[in-house]
Design a protein around this ligand. Structure first.
Ligand code: NAD
Length: 439
C-alpha cells in the first residue's frame, strides 16, 4: 500500500465561523496541514485521517472551594494520533482554553514529535480557569479532579501529560500522585516535567531555551555567519526566552534587547542576561519592570524591540506577535520561533519576500519535548542520566532534525516552515500506511 493509494472521500471539517483565539489557532493548524498535504500529494482519505483527532474528551470538574462551595470548571484532553507512539503534550491552565485551542495544539505536537523523530504522537490538555484566582489548595483539588477525569485515556504507554502555560512541576507531582494512588503503584512516568526527586530529568527546566539557542546557532553556521558577536533580540523573558538568551550569551552572542510583559529593555553594547534574571527574582512584580534604573538599559516598547536591527530575533512570549501589521518593520536576518505560533501566515509571506528566514516553532522549540522524552525513557528504565548525557543527546536530536529540515526544504524548494510541516506530516502519513487502517 502506498500513501497515494489510501483513497476515501474526505468529509471536510466545518471551518469555524466565529474567530475566537482558539478557532484562529485551529484554522492556522489546518491551513499548514492542508498546504503540506497538497505539496506531498497525499490522498484525500489520508489527508482527512490526519485532519481528524483520534480522541477528544471534555470533562466537567466540580471542586469544593476554600469556603466549602461547589465550583465547576471545564477541562479537555485531545489525542491527535498515537500512530508513531504514545500521545504526548502539555496541560495548560488559562481562561482562553477551549476545545479548538487544545485540538490545534495537539495536532502541532504530532508534527513536532515527528520532526524531532521522537516515538510519540501529539496530545494536549487544559482547563478553562484563571489559576491566579485559586488558592494552592483549590488548584491541587482541581488538578486531582482533572487527572481523575482524564484517567481512562492517559497512561505511561498511552498518553503522557507535561507542563504548559501556567502549570509546572508542582502540577505534575499532583497528577503523578493521583494516578499512582488510583493504580496502587508508583507510576511517576505518567507525566514529564516532574520534580527531580520524583523522577524528573536533569536539564528539563532550561531544555526548550537551550534547544532554541542550539537551533539559532545552527542557523547562523549554516549561513556562514559567526556566532561570536552575533546580535540577538529576545521577546519574552520566561522559561523559554530567558534560557535561550542565557545560552546564546554564554556562547558569545551579543544579546542587545530583552522584554517581558512590562516592556522592552535595550543596550546596543550587550545586556548581562543573568544579572537581569536575578533582578526579576527579587523584584516585587517578578518582571523586568524598573531594571533600567540599575543596569544601564534603555526602556523601549515591545513594538520597537521587534523592529530592532539584529542578526537573530527570538519571539518567545505569545502567539501572533509578528503579523501583517508589523512584518514590514522587522529588521533581522533570522527569526527563530521560541513561542508556539508567534508569526501569522500573512506575515510569513511578507518576511519571505523580504528575505528574512523564519525557523519554525515545530523545529525551534522542540528541545522541551525532546528532554521530556528523555525523562520518560529514564523513568521507564528507572535509570537517571547525568546532565552531560541529557545535553549530548539533546544536541544530537536537534542537530539531526535541523539538518533534515534544512536539506528537505532546499531539495523541495520550500521555506523552512513548509519543509518542517511536510517532513513531519510525511513521517506520520508513512506510519499510517505501514500500519494500515484498522479493521
Ligand atoms: P512563561 O510564562 O515562562 O514566559 C512568558 C514570557 O513572556 C514572560 O516573561 C512574560 O512576561 C512574557 N510576555 C507575556 N506577554 C508578553 C507581551 N505581550 N510582550 C512581551 N512579553 C510578554 O512561558 P514560556 O514557558 O516561556 O512559554 C513561552 C512560549 O513558548 C509559549 O508560546 C509556549 O507555548 C512556548 N513553549 C514553551 C515551552 C516550554 O517548555 N516552556 C516549550 C515549547 C513552547
Amino acid at each position: 500500500m502506498t500513501v497515494a493509494s489510501l483513497v476515501a472521500a474526505p468529509e471536510k471539517e466545518k471551518s469555524p465561523s466565529k474567530e475566537s483565539p482558539g478557532q484562529r489557532m485551529l484554522q492556522s493548524a489546518y491551513s499548514h496541514l492542508d498546504d503540506a498535504a497538497e505539496r506531498l500529494g497525499l490522498s484525500p482519505g489520508l489527508h482527512q485521517r490526519l485532519r481528524t483527532c483520534e480522541r477528544s474528551l471534555t470533562v466537567g470538574l466540580p471542586i469544593l472551594n476554600d469556603e466549602g462551595d461547589i465550583e465547576v470548571y471545564t477541562g479537555y484532553r485531545v489525542q491527535h494520533t498515537n500512530v508513531r507512539g504514545p500521545c504526548k503534550g502539555g496541560v495548560r491552565y488559562h481562561a482562553d482554553v477551549s476545545l479548538e485551542e487544545v485540538t490545534a495544539l495537539a495536532q502541532l505536537m504530532t508534527w513536532k514529535c515527528a520532526v524531532l523523530n521522537l516515538p510519540y504522537g501529539g496530545a494536549k490538555g487544559g482547563i478553562c480557569v484563571s489559576p491566579n484566582t485559586l488558592s494552592e489548595n483549590e488548584l491541587r483539588r482541581l488538578t486531582r479532579r482533572y487527572t481523575y477525569a482524564i484517567m481512562p485515556i492517559i497512561g505511561p504507554k498511552k498518553d503522557i501529560p507535561a507542563p504548559d502555560v501556567n502549570t509546572d512541576e508542582r502540577t505534575m507531582a499532583w497528577m503523578s500522585d493521583t494516578y499512582s494512588a488510583f493504580h496502587g503503584e508508583a507510576t511517576h512516568e505518567i507525566v514529564t516535567g516532574k520534580p527531580l526527586i520524583l523522577g524528573g530529568s536533569q536539564g528539563r527546566a532550561g531544555a526548550t531555551g537551550l534547544g532554541v539557542a542550539i537551533i539559532a546557532e545552527s542557523t547562523l553556521k549554516r549561513n556562514n555567519l559567526p556566532i561570536k558577536e552575533a546580535t540577538v533580540v529576545v521577546q519574552g523573558f520566561g522559561k523559554v526566552g530567558y534560557w535561550a538568551a542565557y545560552y546564546l550569551a554564554q556562547d558569545g552572542c551579543k544579546v542587545i534587547a530583552v522584554s517581558d510583559i512590562s516592556g522592552g529593555y535595550y543596550n546596543p553594547n550587550g545586556i548581562n542576561v543573568e544579572t537581569l534574571f536575578k533582578f526579576t527574582r527579587t523584584s516585587p512584580t517578578r518582571t523586568l519592570e524598573g531594571c533600567q534604573d540599575e543596569f544601564g538599559v534603555e526602556p523601549i516598547s515591545n513594538e520597537e524591540l521587534l523592529a530592532l536591527p539584529c542578526d537573530v530575533l527570538i519571539p518567545a512570549a505569545m502567539e501572533n506577535q509578528i503579523t501583517s501589521r508589523n512584518a514590514d518593520q522587522i529588521r533581522t536576518k533570522f527569526i527563530v520561533e521560541g513561542a508556539n505560533g508567534p508569526t501569522s501566515a500573512d506575515a510569513d509571506q511578507i518576511l519571505a519576500d523580504r528575505g528574512i528566514v523564519v525557523v519554525p516553532d515545530i523545529l525551534a522549540n522542540g528541545g522541551g519535548v525532546t528532554v521530556s522524552y528523555f525523562e520518560w525513557v529514564q523513568g521507564l528504565q528507572a535509570f537517571p542520566w547525568e546532565i552531560e548525557v541529557v545535553d549530548k543527546n539533546l544536541r544530537h536530536f536537534l542537530d539531526i532534525a535541523f539538518r533534515q529540515v534544512y536539506d528537505f526544504s532546499e531539495r523541495n524548494n520550500v521555506n523552512l516552515r513548509q519543509g518542517a510541516f511536510m517532513l513531519g506530516i510525511s513521517r506520520v502519513a508513512e506510519a499510517i500506511v505501514q500500519r494500515g487502517i484498522f479493521p
